[in-house]
Design a protein around this ligand. Structure first.
Ligand SMILES: *[C@@H]1O[C@H](CO)[C@@H](O)[C@H](O)[C@H]1NC(C)=O
Ligand SMILES: *[C@@H]1O[C@H](CO)[C@@H](O)[C@H](O)[C@H]1NC(C)=O
Ligand SMILES: *[C@@H]1O[C@H](CO)[C@@H](O)[C@H](O)[C@H]1NC(C)=O
Ligand SMILES: [Cu+2]
Length: 667
């Protein structure tokens, strides 16, 4: 423990010492949040009390400016100007404001006139969620159900868009019963619909349509302190702090480990952003670019129950609630192993002041018992060769808690050049209260699985869309589809009747790169068409997809119009700084007019250009009883893997790690 604290101390030192010389992609600092708050409020002295900050973040400098500044760190040119992008609401209007921090001034302030609304703030959700508790018709509904008002807790759900011409900023308020449990999501109070107008902060619609029993509290607890014996067999923790401290260095927001170098930053909407990932090439004696910037761009979670109380539950969690805002402080030793180092994150409260999330990310070296490579050779007489390299990788983790669900999002950097993206789904499945207590009673479609008496776990999907601005050995890249095609042998030249071969095709425009993977055998490679290996192969990185779950909603269904960016597993777009959010900048009640699917209709050229890879990893979730009352993590992921990027195996000359010598332990 002492050494853990030392490492944290070391980390803080780095952090402080680098404050003066910030990196152009660093997230805003607490002091910068305060400056933005003062400048924006100062520009509206009369109404500053009524203004709400829906989003405050770094206004990312132009890529060309960042790259040229970074390539010449000793030049006298000043770093790109620090700017903040701010979205406020004032007098029922959405404002987009750009603040220049070097001149402490507002560069632009425009009212947004399009469809959709910005990220919700935590404060307005809290304010909306307590309104029912003093609303007489709701109190009557609770009394009618013989429930105690003091045990009712309400939450906030976004309402989606279902073809309405006019919209107001509203939320729906679901309520739950906590009598006898802390697992409120397992005790929904069904049948009541409450709509709150956020601009006026009052209930504008209320109806109580049906009486359904609230599922029982029994068996819903997930706290260890509330469990009774018998307990499961114990699990021994095996990981330990390496005696020499971590093998990585965090300098400001830059992480350096083994052959990797990258930058981490925090954003209220995206959560973790990885930038400027490059890998050291032992043969070339230099770092080579892989990824300019990468993050989750949207998280679409539509439920499959079309009834009055459930149809609208089609969330776009990132654009509506913010993966950063919902990031939870990681618990040392539990969420991350003992050797982890933690960093904090900041976002703006509704009032504009910085809110801190301590331990928002953890960084740790992982020795997971995997083998990096090995070979055994016994065919040489008198000589037996056994070469093994255990795998050690570096993980950056964040955990996002979106009401009932918890998502574990990992970036794993491997010395072999791969980046693995891990997605873990855990937490509490959303259940619907019903009258049934046994499946024998169910005669119609109930849109899910009975998980407990009176509780249906409703079917749904989780689609994580990643935006990956790959710069493979430079920013001019192409996208190659290497199709594996069956060839027939027809001329009797071989006893074989068939084999498969690779037929490569370079995507010229965006439509050539829209791929529905399904069962198609295709290798998808982002290559640099201007760089070849010594043997003449184009240097590249290929996408190894994860679980393939394409949307099953019809194209004309409203949630699918808004989530049209999930239609293809893979899209490629030419780089455009403003095309960051796959579902659009204003996701709440969006109408699907600013999605990746719409931008791509321009069918722009993507060959030998700075291109962005969009990849969606999806999960269809049919709940099962093991998900009750809290579900064991369901894991998935995908990988970006060097493909003819290096001249040969980049970890050929990696030495096995020195065995850890345990203190107080004799061999
Ligand atoms: C601020 O909001 C309050 C309540 O909504 C309203 O009464 C007041 O007039 C507003 N102030 C300004 C300056 O618009
Ligand atoms: C930048 O300046 C430092 C200190 O003067 C020097 O050590 C370093 O080599 C220089 N780097 C480049 C790229 O010129
Ligand atoms: C960048 O994308 C936006 C949104 O699709 C578009 O309006 C704009 O014209 C694009 N800019 C360039 C330079 O292509
Ligand atoms: Cu799920």
């Amino acid at each position: 423990m002492a050494s853990l604290l030392q490492h944290l101390g070391l980390f803080l030192l780095f952090f402080v010492s680098c404050h003066s010389q910030y990196h152009p992609l660093d997230s805003l600092t607490p002091s910068e949040f305060h400056q933005v708050q003062a400048i924006v409020k100062g520009s509206n002295p009369g109404s500053s009390l009524n203004m709400t900050f829906q989003y405050v973040g770094l206004d990312e400098p132009d890529k060309s400016i960042v790259l040229s500044w970074l390539s010449n760190p000793n030049s006298t040119t000043p770093p790109p100007p620090r700017r903040a992008f701010v979205i406020t609401r004032l007098h029922s209007q959405t404002h987009e404001i750009i603040v220049d921090l070097s001149t402490q001034s507002i560069i632009s302030d425009e009212v947004y006139g399009g469809h959709g609304y910005p990220l919700l703030t935590s404060e307005e959700q809290t304010a909306a969620s307590v309104l029912p508790l003093t609303y007489p018709p709701f109190i009557a509904s609770i009394t009618k159900r013989s429930l105690k008002l003091s045990d009712v807790v309400c939450s906030t759900f976004t309402v989606g868009w279902f073809g309405e011409d006019k919209s107001r900023r509203v939320l729906k308020i679901p309520c739950f019963y906590t009598d006898g449990t802390a697992n409120l999501y397992m005790r929904p109070i069904e049948g009541v619909t409450i709509v709150v107008d956020l601009d006026d902060m009052k209930i504008i619609e209320y109806y109580d349509r049906l009486m359904v029993p609230v599922p029982e509290a029994e068996g819903t607890e997930c706290r260890l302190s509330k469990q009774n014996p018998p307990f499961g067999p114990p699990l021994n923790g095996v990981s330990a702090m390496p005696p020499d401290g971590p093998g990585f260095k965090i300098d400001g927001h830059n992480v350096r480990w083994a052959n990797w170098d990258f930058h981490i930053s925090f954003d209220a909407r995206a959560g973790l952003i990885i930038s400027l990932a490059s890998i050291y090439d032992l043969q070339k004696g230099t770092f080579r670019q892989v990824l300019y910037r990468g993050h989750v761009s949207e998280l679409f979670v539509p439920y499959m129950d079309p009834t009055e109380e459930w149809y609208y539950r089609t969330y776009f969690d990132e654009g509506e609630f913010g993966l950063g805002i919902c990031t939870v402080p990681l618990q040392p030793m539990l969420d991350c192993p003992p050797n982890a180092v933690f960093t904090d994150g900041y976002y703006a409260s509704q009032d504009g002041k910085p809110m801190s999330i301590s331990n928002a990310f953890c960084v740790y070296e992982q020795e997971a018992g995997r083998i990096m490579w090995r070979h055994t050779e016994t065919d040489i007489p008198g000589e037996e060769i056994k070469e093994v390299r255990p795998e050690v990788s570096l993980v950056v983790r964040m955990v996002v808690a979106l009401t009932n669900y918890d998502y574990i999002l990992d970036w794993e950097f491997k010395p072999s050049g791969s980046i693995k993206f891990g997605v873990g789904l855990t937490g509490i499945p959303a259940v619907k209260g019903v009258s049934y207590t046994h499946t024998d009673q169910i005669k119609e479609d109930v849109y899910g699985t009975l998980l407990a008496p009176n509780a249906i776990g409703v079917n749904h999907d989780h689609f994580f869309t990643y935006r990956l601005d790959l710069d493979v050995d430079g920013d001019a890249n192409s996208f190659v589809k290497a199709n594996l095609e069956t060839k027939r042998v027809t001329d009797n030249s071989s006893p074989r009747k068939s084999y498969w071969t690779v037929v490569s095709e370079t995507a010229k425009t965006e439509s050539d790169a829209q791929i529905q993977l399904r069962l198609k055998p295709v290798e998808q490679i982002v290559v640099n068409p201007n760089k070849k290996t010594k043997l003449g192969n184009y240097v590249g990185y290929r996408l190894i997809p994860g679980s393939l779950s394409s949307p099953l909603l019809s194209d004309d269904d409203y949630p699918q119009i808004r989530g049209a960016f999930t239609k293809y597993d893979v899209w490629i777009t030419p780089y455009n700084k403003s095309e960051k959010w796959a579902g659009g900048l204003y996701m709440d009640q969006s109408r699907g007019d600013d999605t990746l699917a719409v931008w791509s209709q321009r069918n722009r050229e993507i060959e030998n250009k700075d291109i962005v890879l969009w990849y969606t990893i999806g999960f269809h979730h049919v709940p099962c009883q093991e998900d009750f009352p809290v579900m064991p993590t369901l894991s998935g992921g995908f990988e970006l893997r060097p493909t003819n990027f290096f001249e040969n195996n980049p970890v050929l000359k990696t030495k096995p790690p020195t065995p850890v010598s345990w203190p107080n332990c004799t061999h």
